[in-house]
Design a protein around this ligand. Structure first.
Ligand code: ZN
Length: 382
């Protein structure tokens, strides 16, 4: 399709209209991509903890807004300046970054100086949106994580779509763009866990289990998963954990010190809870590093013993999106998956798009680790 043929299209979107409300499936119009943008037919999209955090506005955004930020799909049309993808390409959508600030230019786009407006601002950085309601033509905020993928189509930027192999199962790949990339990247790129190291994941949801699989890929020889849900701990063992700890039944810090003889080299806080972060810091040995990835209510603080961090030379590292360059890292995860070395499909369960609220509820109850919404195809709609 050439640029001049590209027009607004009819889409189905799941809209958050009020804090904490259920998402409502509505009809909307989605505009054409701008010069550096792409419009993608969403095949499937993961549901991530951050969607629930924003639904409840613990992390505020403008409303109404289309959430969803783990989209995978097929490029439908592109703006005239786009050079890296073309219609028909299979893509995974990830978060948006500016590409021009110092963190972006030095290979750390997840720490982009414009991360907040680009991903949580409810539109492009100039304040414009691509979506309006079919009922009254009022604008609906979008560009959530540069995509708003709870929709049959989404407009993203060339910068935040990653071309993937057509041999890989596209409907499974969306979660690689956020939750799975976060857990795996934290281990392989941010913490740089090495062969023979000890590692503990606090929280065995999608991020924590991705970190467990990545620790196995890295060659860590002690891999500990901490959670309160027995089924998640069983899955952690299946995915490569050497030990699991139910923190409702035993003190994880004490147990980790027993297993490792003094603490782990690396820990990763994936639960978003202040008291768990304290445990993740206390579980680390001399010169070890505690990474923080759990999304937390704005303003949350934690207390720790300064001498117990300073004297052993512990490091505490904030990590966003695994600190990866998605264009390089997502294809790596696809390769590892295709080789059977990163079986993240074991975390996933499929739902239809109209089950979006049920998928969120199942995730919150711990019934499903990584829900993926399958979008209706044109055959379904006919
Ligand atoms: Zn930037």
């Amino acid at each position: 399709m050439s640029q001049s043929d590209v027009e607004a299209i009819d889409v189905k979107v799941a809209v958050l209209r009020q804090t904490g409300a259920k998402l409502k499936i509505e009809s909307a119009k989605l505009g054409a991509p701008r010069p550096t943008e792409v419009r993608v037919r969403i095949v499937a999209t993961g549901v991530c903890h951050t969607d629930m955090v924003v639904r409840d506005q613990l992390f505020p955004t403008p409303l109404p807004i289309i959430l969803g930020h783990e989209g995978a799909g097929i490029v439908e049309s592109v703006g005239y300046a786009v050079t890296t993808v073309a219609p028909g390409d299979h893509v995974v959508m990830t978060y948006m970054s500016c590409g021009l600030c110092l963190p972006c230019e030095t290979g750390h786009p997840a720490h982009c100086s414009h991360m907040h407006p680009l991903n949580f601002g409810g539109g492009r950085i100039d304040g414009s949106t691509s979506t309006c309601s079919c009922d009254d033509a009022s604008p609906i905020h979008d560009h959530f994580f540069g995509q708003s993928s709870f929709s049959t189509y989404a407009v993203a930027n060339e910068r935040n779509v990653v071309k993937v192999s057509k041999d890989a199962p596209l409907e499974l790949l969306g979660p690689l763009g956020c939750g799975i990339q976060t857990g795996a990247g934290s281990v392989l790129k941010a913490l740089k866990v090495e062969a023979g190291a000890s590692f503990a994941a606090f929280g065995a949801g999608a991020v924590g289990l991705a970190s467990v699989m990545a620790a196995k890929v890295a060659g860590a020889t002690t891999i500990i998963a901490v959670d309160v849900t027995p089924s998640r701990l069983e899955l952690a063992l299946e995915l490569g954990a050497t030990h699991v700890i139910n923190s409702r039944e035993e003190d994880p810090v004490k147990r980790i010190h027993e297993i490792t003889g003094g603490g782990v080299n690396y820990s990763l806080e994936c639960s978003g809870r202040a008291e768990v972060l304290r445990q993740a810091i206390d579980a680390v040995t001399t010169l070890g590093t505690c990474g923080i990835v759990g999304a937390t209510k704005v303003g949350t603080e934690v207390a720790f013993n300064i001498n117990d961090v300073m004297i052993p030379g512990k490091r505490i590292m904030g990590i966003v999106q695994g600190d990866v360059v998605a264009n390089a890292f997502i294809p790596t995860l696809v390769d590892l998956y295709m080789q059977g070395r990163f079986p993240f499909d074991k975390l996933c369960r499929f739902y239809s798009f109209d089950q979006v609220n049920e998928a969120m509820a199942d995730s919150e109850r711990g019934v499903t680790i990584k829900p993926i919404l399958r979008m209706p195809t044109s055959a379904d709609q006919a």
